[in-house]
Design a protein. Structure first.
Length: 246
């Protein structure tokens, strides 16, 4: 079902599919995989097979039942463009997004090539934001070019977990960048210099910048609980959101 989310940059989650498989270093300590294991142990419907990919058509109409305008993160527990999710089902998801025009839907993928392939033959709904994960130079940065070629009103980057210095990024036609460090016991460290480089590039390119969290390693390079490390960068929080053209 669609649930209230603790993710700082969205309001609720909607999971018409659950489960996934790893494709890049950003997947190594997947929070969704850990959560799916817990939900299976709790007997939560949809997670009988843990993190094994499962399509859930019975959830397709959930956003239509909520009349209060809401921002939904689509498939927070999966990847809508996973190779085992047929385009026919993705079409049904897009149809729901179009029907629920009073909501905003954020779709994030690590499978940027397949997302571009899908939207070569489908229009992006006005209320859908498309994003890709950019965790490193080798796997993450190349996804940006696939995203850039899709005609969408809002294109965004989720630079989380940020695993290395990304260097100079081409932010043309990108509207929003979210940056965050990895959390959990096995969290890999994130340098403040890497974050600041991205923030400055966003400022120069006039791109909205959102700093989500330090994660398991603080700005001082010390490991501690995510909550203790917080989300302060340069003495303040950064909660910029993309400007929607009406």
């Amino acid at each position: 079902m669609a649930n209230t989310s603790k993710i700082e940059w969205t309001e609720r989650t909607w999971n018409p599919a659950v489960g996934c498989t790893k494709v890049s270093p950003g997947c190594k300590n997947c929070y969704a995989e850990t959560m799916a294991t817990r939900l299976k142990a709790m007997g939560t419907p949809g997670y009988e097979d843990g993190f094994k990919l499962k399509i859930l058509p019975n959830r397709l109409d959930e956003p239509l039942k909520r009349k209060t305008p809401t921002t939904y993160f689509v498939n927070s527990m999966s990847d809508l463009f996973h190779e085992e999710i047929p385009f026919e089902f993705i079409e049904q998801v897009i149809m729901t997004i179009e029907k629920a025009h009073w909501h905003t839907f954020q779709i994030l993928t690590k499978r940027a090539e397949r997302m571009e392939q899908f939207f070569q033959n489908h229009s992006v709904p006005k209320n859908a934001w498309l994003g890709v994960t950019v965790e490193d130079r080798n796997y993450g940065v190349p996804r940006i070019d696939y995203l850039r070629r899709i005609k969408a009103d809002i294109r965004f980057l989720s630079v989380e977990p940020l695993l290395e210095d990304l260097g100079q990024i081409n932010l043309s036609d990108i509207h929003w960048v979210i940056v965050g460090g990895e959390s959990g016991n096995r969290a890999r460290p994130m340098s403040s210099e890497w974050v600041e480089s991205i923030r400055l590039q966003c400022t120069e390119a006039d791109v909205a910048f959102f700093f989500k969290q330090w994660g398991g390693w603080g700005s001082d390079g010390k490991k501690r609980a995510k909550k203790a490390n917080g989300r302060i960068l340069n003495g303040r929080t950064w909660d910029e959101m993309p400007i929607i053209q009406v």
